[in-house]
Design a protein around this ligand. Structure first.
Ligand SMILES: Cc1cc2nc3c(=O)[nH]c(=O)nc-3n(C[C@H](O)[C@H](O)[C@H](O)COP(=O)(O)OP(=O)(O)OC[C@H]3O[C@@H](n4cnc5c(N)ncnc54)[C@H](O)[C@@H]3O)c2cc1C
Length: 404
């Protein structure tokens, strides 16, 4: 039996692929199986000065994802003798990545695209894993889609269960059990604090970049260093009655040299403006996201993240470009404000080459890591497709190994 720890992006696809191949799978998940529309209730608390957004529930952070499906890391991973080209193709097909129909572009997004073009920037429609027929264009992707219009890892967990996998939710894996450098199982803690051990000679750790690292540290591995999180700010201002906050979020993309830009509403813009006459419907705003230096670490269960001078330069370059677009789009320049720095793509804490080999195996026989932890460098762009591809590649490796 294979134990999969975590039902997010990295864990769900492995559980599904193994179960479909008739391999017995038990999935252990810390959070509950919640309705996707209630996902916003499962955000973890804010961590220090830099908000690090992630959720604890079945589906992991995929339940609050904006549905952006960007193909990444193909070239970078070749340096580690990993070719994910085939898996990227398979994953894009599996979750239906495509650019949305024109009917799903609102006025704010169109203004963003037109303004960017008119100042000489190259802008594309964002590849999405959202089904137009179900999408009601409400702007609530990151709260949990109210109409199940977006792929989430819950979809794969349901298929895994249909194919015989067992899901144990509301149960936290606290420790990996080993003997003579061979994995033997896991220790889990239930919500009433009782504990139990489950035996298995193959454990796939997919608890996300923060929690997988904490579990690996307890095993004595030097995980939890080199943390990145693709920091971002949202910069915006007033364009009366633009109604962007109700559009499909992040539906267009500009790839700069050191940053990416996408239209994005944040309530923090209204909070900063602090004027009752300015409604959320009056804001046009843009997210600036960068690939940060991996200078974060996890110490005693806490995230410590410093941003380097280079990170700040990249954010400033992106913010300057965003400001030019906003003004060209008609935003009142006297109202432009920014959110503080936040992050939603934690990764790098058990990276390929350091903690896992190119089959995502640790130095413990039978112990694998399959989530954003293994990504060696910050992508600076949405990583779901790359995590899915890496995890699909691992599932093929395990199916091969277990059938021989
Ligand atoms: C608001 C938001 C929007 C985003 N939008 C996009 C997007 O549009 N496109 C994109 O590519 N990326 C997006 N991301 C990033 C993406 O969601 C993450 O990079 C991705 O989910 C990381 O996958 P993972 O497998 O590493 O971790 P997760 O998906 O977070 O999964 C980890 C799972 O492990 C569980 N867990 C944790 N600890 C334990 C434990 N001890 N025992 C058992 N279970 C445990 C968690 O509850 C969770 O289910 C977004 C993130 C956020 C927060």
């Amino acid at each position: 039996m294979v134990l999969v720890v975590g039902t997010g992006v990295g864990g769900a696809i492995i559980a599904m692929e193994l179960a479909k191949s008739n391999i017995p799978v038990t999935i252990i998940e810390k959070g509950p199986f919640a309705d996707v529309k209630d996902s916003y209730k499962y955000y973890d608390e804010i961590n220090g000065y830099l908000d690090l957004s992630k959720t604890t529930c079945v589906g992991g952070s995929s339940v609050v994802a904006a549905g952006n499906g960007v193909r990444l890391l193909e070239k970078e991973l070749k340096r580690y003798n990993i070719d994910i080209s085939t898996e990227l193709d398979e994953v894009e097909e599996l979750i239906g990545v495509h650019q949305l129909d024109d009917s799903h572009f609102g006025e704010g997004t169109k203004k963003f695209m037109d303004a960017a073009k008119s100042i000489g920037l190259s802008v594309i429609k964002m590849p999405k894993f959202i089904r137009e027929e179900d999408c009601i264009q409400c702007g609530r992707c990151a709260w949990g889609c109210p109409n199940d219009a977006k792929w989430t890892s819950q979809d794969f967990i349901k298929i895994a269960i249909e194919n015989g996998a067992e899901l144990i939710s509301k149960s936290e894996v606290t420790d990996i059990l080993t003997e003579n450098k061979v994995v033997k199982g896991v220790k889990i803690k239930f919500s009433d604090n009782s504990t139990k051990t489950i035996e298995s000679d193959i454990v796939v750790l997919s608890a996300g970049a923060i929690n997988s690292a904490i579990i690996l540290q307890r095993l004595g591995l030097k995980a939890g260093e080199k943390l990145f999180m693709d920091p971002f700010v949202t910069v915006g201002g007033v364009l009366k009655n633009i109604n962007y906050s109700n559009e499909v979020t992040m539906n267009a993309l500009i790839k700069g040299k050191n940053f990416v830009l996408a239209p994005h509403y944040s309530v923090i813009i209204n909070q900063n403006l602090n004027d009752d006459n300015i409604k959320k419907e009056d804001i046009l705003s843009i997210m600036i996201k960068i690939p940060d230096d991996n200078h974060g670490k996890i110490v005693n269960g806490k995230v410590i993240k410093e941003n380097t001078i280079k990170d700040i330069r990249f954010i400033a370059e992106g913010a300057a470009t965003a400001g030019a677009i906003l003004v060209e789009a008609g935003v009142d320049p006297n109202t432009i404000t920014s959110t503080h720095l936040r992050g939603a793509h934690p990764g790098g804490t058990a990276s390929i080459g350091d903690i896992v080999d190119n089959n995502l195996k640790t130095k413990y026989e039978g112990l694998y890591v399959s989530d954003a932890s293994v990504i060696p460098e910050a992508p600076g762009a949405p990583p779901i497709i790359a995590i899915l591809a890496l995890s699909k590649r691992l599932s093929k490796h395990l199916i091969d190994k277990l059938s021989n």
